[in-house]
Ligand binder design. Structure first.
Ligand SMILES: [Zn+2]
Ligand SMILES: [Zn+2]
Length: 246
């Protein structure tokens, strides 16, 4: 009797006071859902085409432009979503609106997806793209590190800080080649241990031009790492180079 009563009370309370706050996609108030409203959950953009060499999301079947111009310096890339609505809003909320609980949710999903994709391969370490010190102090957390922690828990792989950063101007507005050079100049290897022959999962929230991921991959490669899996929550669609042009 007591149980029935408290169940009823809970139902009434949850009808009056939404438990989940607002939808991380469209911002609508949530009643029974956790992170996204039902509509946004159904609208999550799933990737369709992948570069056959590096795994980047592409507009149509073929090889991505990054593989041709040398930006795709990782061995394989995986992501959960294409970077469009509502995945983009979720990431913006995670990054800029003090909603780090979203990184817990998205990190777990990313880890579960990776576990299915790479079960035959053994990875030694998970690491992440560092955040500039200035932005870290503004925000209080590095979302890539939070994502990496969750992926590490799901996959049971240790997370280590391997790459450090110097403060340099924001990347926004720069072309891919400039972004790559900018990122390459500010990234450095900060691990004293040996990573030679290691297979590493490198985590970031979003891949757009791929320049940041490329620069970080290069740092790991220069220090002897054998295989790099670039994992992000989302990627923008990359241009395709048609077969005859490669
Ligand atoms: Zn929504
Ligand atoms: Zn590619």
């Amino acid at each position: 009797m007591k149980n029935n009563f408290s169940g009823l009370k809970e139902q009434l309370l949850s009808a009056i006071f939404p438990k989940g706050g607002s939808c991380a996609g469209c911002g609508r108030i949530l009643f029974h859902e956790d992170i996204l409203c039902d509509k946004c959950s159904n609208d999550l953009p799933e990737a369709e085409f992948f570069c056959e060499r590096c795994g980047r999301l592409i507009r149509e079947k073929g090889v991505c432009a990054g593989c041709v111009d040398g930006i795709s310096k990782w061995d394989m890339a995986y992501c959960l979503y294409e970077y469009s609505f509502p995945a983009d809003e979720m990431i913006i909320n995670m990054k800029y609106h003090s909603k780090p609980y979203l990184s817990e949710y998205l990190g777990r999903k990313l880890g579960e997806m990776l576990k299915k994709k790479v079960k035959e391969k053994e990875f030694d370490v998970i690491t992440f793209i560092p955040s500039a010190a200035e932005r870290l102090s503004e925000r209080g957390y590095n979302q890539a590190e939070l994502l990496a922690e969750e992926v590490g828990k799901v996959m049971n792989i240790p997370v280590r800080t391997l790459i450090g950063t110097e403060d340099t101007p924001h990347q926004v507005g720069l072309a891919a080649a400039e972004r790559y050079k900018n990122a390459r100049d500010r990234f450095s290897f900060v691990e004293s241990g040996d990573i030679s022959k290691m297979k590493i999962i490198l985590i970031d929230d979003v891949m757009t031009t791929g320049a940041t991921m490329a620069a970080a991959s290069e740092v790991l490669r220069e220090n002897g790492c054998e295989y790099i899996l670039a994992a992000t929550v989302a990627q923008t669609l990359s241009e395709v180079v048609k077969e005859g042009d490669v």
